[in-house]
Design a protein around this ligand. Structure first.
Ligand code: MG
Ligand code: ZN
Length: 197
């Protein structure tokens, strides 16, 4: 068995319990199965990235500096599970927002793949050998647009189910622990191209 090149995780509703617009580090809780998943990822010795839309910046719900405390707490939560968080990528944009310069169209707000492409470029990982785990189909689309393998945590957070070839997850799991088991079971030589449906 060979580890994947990297694992990308959505934050809200995937890695953490979803608390809308939360930037209080003390209110950040690992989602069901996430602690076990991070332990499995740590054993795989694979880089882990958090990839998160934070439109609350553009919408004026919190200043961008608030995300520094969130990022610091993420590093602590990983460490508590024996894992290392390699980097966090935020999209602070929303074209319908009110706060400049964040109220603009961008290529990083999921379902666009910009954060994944940037992480791959900055850390030299091959996207076809990576996994992206998220709780809504916009995550799946971002992952597929980037050429990653994708896992949907089907925990009730997706409510719209707008379909399409780019929104079809490679794997569906009920929680992070089962997603981690699926990742561990897959050999990295099975690329997204080979298992794409
Ligand atoms: Mg989410
Ligand atoms: Zn963006």
């Amino acid at each position: 068995m060979t580890a994947p090149a990297a694992i990308f995780l959505d934050k809200d509703g995937t890695l953490l319990d979803d608390v809308p617009y939360n930037v209080d580090p003390d209110a950040m809780r690992l989602a069901p199965g996430a602690r076990e998943a991070l332990s499995i990822f740590a054993a795989l010795a694979v880089p882990i990235f958090v990839i998160s839309n934070q439109s609350g910046v553009a919408r004026g719900r919190f200043p961008i500096e608030s995300l520094n405390g969130v990022e610091a707490r993420l590093h602590e939560l990983f460490a508590e599970c024996g894992a290392t968080l390699s980097a966090v990528y935020w999209c602070p944009h929303d074209a319908t927002g009110t706060v400049e310069p964040y109220n603009q169209e961008c290529d990083c707000r999921k379902p666009m793949p910009g954060m994944l492409l940037r992480a791959a470029r900055e850390h030299g990982v091959v996207l076809a050998d990576c996994w992206f785990v998220g709780d809504i189909l916009d995550d799946i689309e971002a992952g597929r647009r980037a050429g990653c393998r994708t896992i949907l945590i089907d925990n009730g957070n997706e409510t719209v189910w707008r379909g399409g070839a780019l929104r079809e997850p490679h794997v569906v799991a009920t929680d992070m622990f089962r997603a981690a088991l699926a990742i561990r079971a897959m050999d990295k030589r099975v690329s997204a191209r080979e298992i794409a449906r």
